[in-house]
Design a protein around this ligand. Structure first.
Ligand code: ADP
Ligand code: MG
Ligand code: ZN
Length: 499
């Protein structure tokens, strides 16, 4: 008998341990927010590079948690919540962890999706439970990551099969935020990539009334981030992180961290013990353009066309004033689907672009197709991406930047989602919209004609560069410039835009 009871107990225990469903079912309605103690996250503000403004805003919260009386004496009230807002991978979660590391208080961290439960009412009870724990542990920080999963705008009533569960969870969150006493020292942090889909009630005063923008890093920021992550790997002496920062415009912190790691992996693959500059350069392309696809075979004719196409871009860019220098041209296909590409890198970060620069950019984009037309007297499908970009740019010049004579400074378009590049909505009449279409066509056509003319005037150079590229597959900016400068060129007349 005793023996069977033992065996029975054994299996019973196994069942509870092994069956995730069972254990979950047993912990109904208890929040699984973990209590982080400072030493566990170990992340400090120093680990977050760049993002000075965000750090400053959060520093105040840390300060408050350390010494609330300083604020209470003067009668100042800390905002109850701060919302970290910015594109993916910019370090929002990292910043929240750093706040936890700096303020020596308990840190409750939970992802928005963890509130999403199968049964109606479960999410709400999790929220209640979380805040109960937080109140007991005050002063402390509650961090809700990806809050948009529960904080989405509520739909009007009467929606059949509306997401009742989510609404209840959100309502509970709002109630809890109103209910607790801010002076006790519970600070709520939340992060999202999509602030515009949040329920407006969340953003009302007394809730998340402080917004902390976390933007993509600029050049100095990128260099700082590279430095932070480069500390973990062994670099050789030739490494110039500033150059890498310059060439990785538009990369987020997460992508830069990935870039460093890719470089280290490449060094290992090649049997070296340190990471050198070419590892890093190669990784930029990995991060930006996908892995090199060495086995994708193009026919000879195709490669020739791609070579002329890419040199077309590069030549048009170089023949115009006001355009970023070409740093690399390649006809090695990428997994991203590109058959080749021309890399242009700005010397410095650029925040303002004038009309000439934008027009030149469109001309550069049309340069690939123009070269195909000029040399092969035919056109291919290879320019689809260029066409899309050129069209977008021309349209933006007209509808967003007020750069057309016809409409001037009238906003004809609004971006509904700044961070994720969502749909832009047209705010104009049908007639205007038709006019815009016509202007876009005219603008792209004009630049295309210009590109064609530039290439026609420099056809010898086009042949010379294209055959060199065809031979070498990849040429650097310096090689390009050397060939370009080796004999006189028909340069575009330089007329400053502000004349
Ligand atoms: P988000 O939450 O904004 O999507 P994360 O905080 O998860 O981004 O960032 C992902 C990773 O990227 C971090 O763990 C870190 O390694 C790196 N990273 C992002 N931004 C920075 C930064 N400013 N400084 C240092 N590392 C960063
Ligand atoms: Mg995150
Ligand atoms: Zn192209």
């Amino acid at each position: 008998m005793f023996f069977f009871v033992l065996i029975g107990q054994f299996f019973f225990k196994r069942m509870f341990k092994g069956g995730a469903g069972l254990t979950n079912a047993m912990s109904f309605g208890t929040s699984n927010a973990k209590v982080y103690v400072p030493s566990e996250t170990g992340i400090k503000f120093a680990d977050v590079a760049g993002e000075e403004e965000a750090k400053e805003a959060l520093q105040e919260i840390v300060d408050f948690l350390h010494d609330p009386s300083k604020y209470q004496d003067i009668g100042a009230q800390m905002p109850k919540g701060a919302l970290l807002v910015g594109p993916p991978g910019t370090g929002k979660t990292l910043l929240a962890k750093a706040v936890a590391g700096e303020a020596n208080v308990p840190f409750f961290s939970i992802a928005g999706s963890e509130f999403v439960e199968m049964f109606v009412g479960m999410g709400a009870s999790k929220v209640r439970d979380l805040f109960k724990q937080a109140n007991e542990k005050a002063p402390c920080i509650v961090f809700i990551d990806e809050i948009d999963t529960i904080g989405k705008k509520r739909e009007g009533s009467g929606a059949i099969g509306g997401n009742d569960e989510r609404e209840q969870t959100l309502n509970q969150l709002l109630t809890e935020m109103d209910g607790f006493d801010g002076s006790k020292g519970v600070v709520i942090l939340a992060a999202t990539n999509r602030p515009e889909i949040l329920d407006p009630a969340l953003l009302r005063p007394g809730r998340f009334d402080r917004r902390v923008p976390v933007e993509l890093p600029d050049m100095a920021g990128r260099e700082a981030i590279l430095r932070v992550h480069a500390k973990k790997i062994r670099l050789s002496d030739d490494v110039d992180l500033a150059a890498i920062a310059r060439a990785s415009a538009g990369c987020s912190g997460a992508e830069l961290a990935n870039l460093i790691n890719e470089a280290a992996l490449r060094a290992v693959r090649q049997g070296r013990r340190t990471v050198n500059q070419s590892d890093l350069e190669e990784s930029i392309e990995v991060v930006i353009a996908g892995y090199q696809k060495k086995n994708k075979i193009l026919s000879d004719d195709e490669r020739k066309i791609v070579a002329y196409h890419e040199v077309g871009h590069a030549l048009v860019a170089a023949l115009q004033s006001h355009s970023a220098p070409v740093t690399k041209i390649t006809i090695v296909p990428r997994t991203s689907g590109a058959l080749g590409y021309t890399m242009q890198v700005e010397e410095n970060d650029h925040y303002l672009m004038n009309r000439t620069e934008l027009e030149n950019k469109i001309a550069t984009l049309t340069g690939g197709r123009a070269a195909e037309e000029l040399i092969f007297n035919t056109i291919t499908t290879g320019a689809s991406n260029d066409i899309e970009k050129a069209t977008k740019l021309a349209r933006a010049m007209i509808t967003q930047y007020g750069m057309s004579e016809e409409f001037g400074m009238v906003a004809l378009q609004t971006d509904s989602n700044k961070y994720l590049g969502g749909d832009a909505s047209l705010a104009c009449s049908e007639q205007t919209s038709a006019d815009i279409d016509r202007l876009v066509v005219e603008m792209v056509q004009k630049q295309h004609d210009k590109a064609l003319q530039l290439l026609r005037d420099n056809e010898a150079k086009l042949h010379e560069l294209a055959s060199y590229l065809y031979e070498k597959e990849t040429i650097t900016g310096e090689e390009f410039m050397t060939i370009l400068r080796s004999s006189p060129l028909e340069l575009e007349e330089i007329t400053p835009d502000w004349e």
